[in-house]
Design a binder for this molecule. Structure first.
Ligand SMILES: [Zn+2]
Length: 1077
């Protein structure tokens, strides 16, 4: 009723909907209109008709506008600016098209340019330089301005205003390095060893005038095009993006790419990206953004190039960022690794000043708090401490601030005590993403609490874009939500973008793309809203606050963040790993003895802080995540060999100095052993060397060796009876426990070899299928008795591995002098190794049954499955251990000790120590040559306990015996810093050193403090409440504090009658600072 009259009142528009259809209109064939978009921005057959042809409206090449001369540095040297521009260096004329080489050589170009009058008012003029390699722009007076990366990665240098006067010649220098971002890999396959004879063609050396509108349209179109390609087809946002892009193309074609039509195209684009994308204004809306973009450039401190090239990569990359930070106010850039800042400070003071200025402004941000982005699997606990101590002290001394976030995007797995150590180093948060490389299981969290063995936690965030070198693509922003696994708790994320490794970090293009992504979120929606993070710290501050006030309960992950990849890195480059272990031991002993020497030694003795710092900095540098793991090229290992040689040379001298200052004198003559003193550098008194106790003439031999058959020998002491048949152990009988350790018919100490061809990353990976190729190696010589003394017996066997490789193993047993201390069956191996893609291991089958094995890790024990129930269990088919691994059941167990190895496996009742690998990339000669390896089998009655922990230390730390004129006079001092007999045996006194800022010690980086301090670092090694007392001998302590790793005093502690009384929770690492009287 009445309906008809209402309808009649609807007003009609003036345009009339035609009664007759004028023409047919078809439905767009979606994929054709989408695929068409590529034609507009590709450099393909339509390039000259497309937008790409409009990006520049002028180009000047060669003379008279660009004059080019070159001087090639001799013999692969990398001269400084001053050296390169010294009088007498002959610069010869050159031009585009010429090639320069060989690999690793350096060429300095003198480039003189003159701009024509007509270019005076061009809005932006750039030098485009593409030498297909890395390069650096320098001013005529030696200021490094900007890095360039060839192959189109970053080839433009904006000519600054002061160079824009016409008809005047200006000069700059360009330093060309004959390597790409990833060094000089053979055949272009990134990980193949460097090709020594590569030449690089100078492809571009032009002045260009930029059509800024066309360039802006290029980024508009790129990002809207991504929306058309990547938004779901069932969303209106995808369809609209497609319509906008097609409309832009049609408009461009209609206007023949003229300037006005490009402007018109940009107007069309605004319908999708909004009208603010030409400035940082785009971010200034009230909308909350959940994706936090942060610029970074992951510069591997060494990898496919040597340290010397890294130093140049740093200067090039960070200079770029200083320039970009000036031009883009929203840009924020983070850089980690104190070592890299130190190099910049030493080698590029001008670049360092620029960095410092930006740090002051707050847009260049220090992060990470460590010396380098180090490996965390293999460095000792004390090394991890020093990574933070040296890192944080550097940041504080140079920039007035410590870091609050531990930043380690690329390291190959993360050890379980890191959260505790991070917190003790002033960092509550941790950033990484490497677990996205897992090739078996998908790690289930993005933002979570990561919990250490002692219960300490840090907030961990793993960027859901799953890269630390994002190109700031539309897809990276999108994946920041689609791959986010912790959105129940918090949907925010970090998006670390920027080219790494000499690509120079973020580009202006990255920043332009991000502005447009943000524009789309605000204008259209669907895409997660991105902003430039104010800082990484601010990102974590918010999370930390949410966790603290109970707004969100983040999920927890206890224990190590095991990387299910790169398991070969526990073994590759064996000598480098051995040097790491030996350096750590040497530094420990020096610091302990030097501390004692400064307390009661010769008056003129001075704690060798500067030399120790030098040693530590070398050791910490070599722990970089491509150095210690063995994944760098041969050149890098020549670098690290030199560093370790310095460490050992300096270390031996420092050790002798400290021992001398304590009054020892090895030239003393006297009755046998009258002057001998064993320097106890560990926190407990070691057993007397057996040779001192057993007289060679003793009638009852406490250790014997007998041949009982052809190539069958029995070595026996009061605890063990070891049968060696053809070089392998065929019986290991525990006399006291009345127990055979080996399963019937099996052989221990058996050498085995595997075919070792991972899917791709040779030096890095060993893949699970290598286990299928197990082959036992058989002795090739008869076994002979090589030692038969009252305190030790040994038999030796040689085993041929191949025509070129062999291994000589010497199995020894010492007299047992203390029934509470289990005997070791030791093996010393000498190996000549020339294999290709083989993996050498030694096996120890046992009669032990347990679903878990135990492995020493930094400051504690980690337990891992011995079975393959789930894919998570099986993924751990090869794991890292420190000085020992142990398989125990109720009442009995077997520990395997080593003194330079890190790779291990326990599967069922079988344990395997990994010895040597033979990958051919990226170092074609990795591990070839002679090796010396030691390990030991330690069966023990009862559970895994301090006997294994201490045996691990004693197997690694040499017993120093030196002569003292009055041994009694030094005994009291040498009794300091030991555990009293009543202390929990789980306690380990790990480090004794002097306070960093003591006035007689300080290196001047930080203000010195009055008084002399000793730092005592102790930990619970077995996992339980530990109480005890650390003795102080004659040392008088005025005041004592518990302190953090950075030696900040935290709470005062009392000194008891017997010494420093301590109580530690499970696997706690505690540091104490003692002020001496
Ligand atoms: Zn890396």
């Amino acid at each position: 009723m009445g309906g008809d009259s209402k309808r009649a009142m609807v007003p009609t528009t003036s345009a009339k909907y035609p009664q007759l259809a004028p023409r047919p209109v078809g439905k767009q064939i979606h994929h054709l209109y989408r695929d068409r978009l590529g034609l507009f921005t590709n450099s393909g057959q339509y390039k000259e008709q497309s937008l790409v042809a409009k990006l520049y409206d002028g180009r000047l090449s060669g003379e008279p506008h660009v004059k080019l001369h070159v001087w090639s540095a001799p013999d692969l040297t990398r001269p400084t600016f001053k050296e390169a521009t010294a009088k007498g260096n002959e610069y010869r004329k050159t031009q585009k098209g010429e090639s320069f080489g060989p690999s690793w050589s350096t060429h300095w170009f003198k480039l003189q340019f003159t701009l024509p009058y007509e270019w005076t008012y061009k809005p932006q003029v750039e030098l485009h330089w593409d030498s297909n390699s890395e390069a650096m722009v320098w001013t005529e007076d030696g200021k490094p301005l900007q890095g360039l990366t060839g192959g189109g990665e970053r080839t433009e240098w904006i000519i600054p205003q002061e160079f824009r006067d016409y008809d005047k010649e200006h000069t700059i220098y360009i330093e060309m390095a004959c390597n790409g971002m990833f060094g000089n890999p053979t055949g272009g396959d990134t990980i193949q060893p460097p090709e020594p004879n590569r030449y690089f063609q100078l492809g571009e050396a032009d002045l260009v005038s930029v059509n800024l509108n066309a360039r802006a349209l290029y980024y508009d179109f790129w990002i809207i095009g991504d929306a058309a390609r990547e938004f779901p087809e069932d969303s209106w946002e995808e369809h609209q993006a497609l319509q906008v892009c097609n409309e832009i193309m049609d408009c461009f074609i209609a206007g023949e790419g003229s300037r006005p039509c490009i402007k018109e195209c940009r107007e069309i684009a605004k319908r999708y990206v909004g009208d603010k994308v030409d400035s940082a204004e785009v971010y200034k809306t009230d909308n909350d953004a959940i994706v936090n973009a942060i610029g970074n450039c992951h510069i591997d401190t060494c990898w496919l190039w040597p340290w010397a090239e890294t130093q140049r990569k740093i200067a090039r990359s960070w200079s770029n960022q200083c320039d970009l930070l000036d031009r883009y106010p929203e840009h924020r850039f983070v850089a980690s690794q104190a070592q890299q800042y130190k190099w910049l400070e030493q080698l590029y003071p001008y670049a360092m000043d620029r960095v410092k200025d930006h740090i002051k402004k707050g847009n260049f941000q220090t992060i990470g708090g460590s010396w380098v982005e180090h490996d965390t699997n293999m460095p000792s606990g004390e090394s991890l401490v020093r990574q933070f101590l040296y890192g944080q002290r550097f940041f504080e001394s140079r920039f007035g601030e410590r870091c609050r976030t531990f930043w380690l995007p690329d390291t190959f797995g993360y050890s379980t005590q890191l959260p505790q150590l991070c917190r003790l180093a002033g960092m509550n948060r941790f950033f990484t993403q490497k677990l996205s490389w897992n090739n078996i299981n998908n790690f289930p969290h993005t933002t979570f609490n990561w919990v250490a063995l002692d219960g300490s936690q840090v907030i961990c965030h793993m960027a859901p874009c799953e890269t630390y070198t994002a190109e700031a693509h539309f897809g990276d922003v999108k994946r920041s939500v689609t791959q986010h696994k912790s959105m129940d708790q918090d949907a925010t994320s970090l998006l670390p973008f920027g080219k790494g490794d000499g690509g120079g970090g973020p580009t202006f293009g990255h920043l332009e793309k991000l502005r447009r992504c943000r524009g789309i979120s605000d204008k259209v929606g669907l895409l997660p809203r991105v902003k430039m993070a104010e800082s990484v710290d601010e990102f974590f501050d918010r999370l930390e606050k949410k966790a603290a006030n109970g707004e969100t309960e983040f999920v927890t992950w206890y224990g190590e963040l095991y990387l299910e990849l790169h398991r070969g890195c526990y073994t590759t480059q064996a000598n480098n790993k051995r040097n790491n272990r030996k350096s750590e031991v040497l530094l420990h002993d020096i610091e302990y003895l030097a501390t004692l020497a400064t307390i009661e030694g010769e008056k003129e003795y001075k704690y060798p802080k500067k030399a120790l710092d030098g040693m530590w900095e070398d050791v910490l540098l070599c722990q970089f995540h491509d150095c210690l793991p063995g994944s760098a090229i041969e050149m890098c290992y020549r670098d690290s060999d030199e560093a370790y040689a310095r460490v050992f040379k300096t270390g031996q001298k420092l050790l002798q100095d400290a021992i001398g200052a304590l009054g020892f004198d090895d030239s003393l003559k006297g009755l046998e052993h009258q002057h001998d003193v064993t320097l106890e550098t560990l926190g407990w008194k070691r057993e007397q060397e057996v040779c001192d106790l057993v007289s060679p003439n003793s009638l009852s031999r406490s250790v014997t060796v007998q041949q009982t058959g052809k190539d069958v020998f029995v070595l026996e002491n009061e605890q063990l009876k070891v049968e060696v048949t053809e070089g392998a152990i065929t019986s290991l009988y525990d006399v006291a426990a009345k127990r055979e350790v080996l399963p019937k018919g099996q052989k221990s100490n058996q050498l085995v070899i595997f075919d070792d061809k991972p899917l791709y990353w040779q030096a890095w990976d060993v893949e699970v299928y290598h286990l299928n190729s197990r082959k036992e190696l058989k002795a090739s010589s008869s076994t002979t008795i090589t030692e038969d003394s009252a305190h030790r017996v040994a038999v030796s066997t040689t085993t041929k591995i191949s025509e070129k490789s062999w291994i000589k193993t010497t199995i020894s047993l010492s007299a047992a002098t203390d029934s509470s201390k289990p005997s070791l069956v030791e093996t010393e191996a000498e190996v000549e190794w020339h294999e290709t893609m083989k993996f050498l291991k030694v096996e120890f089958p046992t009669n032990i049954r347990n679903t878990e094995a135990s492995y020493e890790t930094q400051y504690g024990i980690i337990r891992r499955p011995t079975h393959y129930n789930t894919n998570w269990d099986m993924a751990k088919f090869e794991v890292v251990c420190h000085k020992w691994a142990d398989l125990s059941e109720h009442g009995y167990g077997v520990s395997i000790l080593n003194e330079s190895k890190y790779g291990f496996a326990a599967a069922g009742n079988l344990m395997r120590l990994s010895l040597l690998r033979a990958p051919k990339a990226p170092d074609a000669h990795a591990d070839m040559g002679r090796h010396h390896i030691k390990w030991a089998i330690m069966p023990h009655a009862g559970p895994l306990d301090e006997r294994t922990v201490r045996a691990g230390y004693e197997f690694n730390y040499p017993a120093h015996v030196h002569k003292h004129p009055e041994p009694a006079s030094i005994a009291h001092l040498m009794s300091a810093f030991k555990l009293t007999p009543g202390s929990s045996p789980s306690l380990v006194v790990d480090t004794i050193k002097r306070g960093e800022d003591d006035e007689d010690v300080s290196n001047g980086d930080m203000p010195a403090k009055k008084g002399r301090h000793v730092i005592v670092r102790v930990y619970d090694s077995l996992g339980g409440l530990s109480r005890g007392t650390v003795t102080l001998g004659p040392i008088k302590v005025k005041k004592a504090w518990k302190c953090n790793l950075l030696e900040d005093e935290q709470e005062e502690v009392k000194i008891g009658k017997e010494g420093l009384e301590i109580e530690l929770r499970t696997f706690e690492v505690a540091s104490y600072k003692l002020l001496l009287e």
